[in-house]
Design a protein around this ligand. Structure first.
Ligand SMILES: [Zn+2]
Length: 87
């Protein structure tokens, strides 16, 4: 197997849309979140249509955390894919 992925992700705050570390790229959302956690970001759960809390988390930067409001799942936009592969 020689699968080479050159895609990368930038983590954005779901509150203010600020990118983590001025747009630092990561190879996966897991890596991005690990770095974000170290930088003081937290991942409060999102709400489903029925008002329950989802397993999916928002991405909240330290500035937004004190006033964080639970977001609906549909508003998710955190992961901007920078995908260099050909379709
Ligand atoms: Zn924010």
């Amino acid at each position: 197997m020689a699968t080479l992925s050159i895609s990368s992700v930038i983590l954005h705050c779901d509150g203010c849309n600020k990118p983590l570390n001025d747009g630092e790229t990561f190879r996966s959302s897991t890596e991005a979140r690990a770095a974000a956690y170290a930088a003081g970001w937290r991942f409060p759960p999102m709400a489903t249509k029925t008002g329950k809390l989802s397993a999916q988390g928002s991405d909240a930067c330290p500035e937004c955390l004190p006033n964080w409001k639970t977001l609906p799942l549909a508003s998710r936009h955190s992961y901007q894919r920078l995908d260099g592969s050909v379709r």
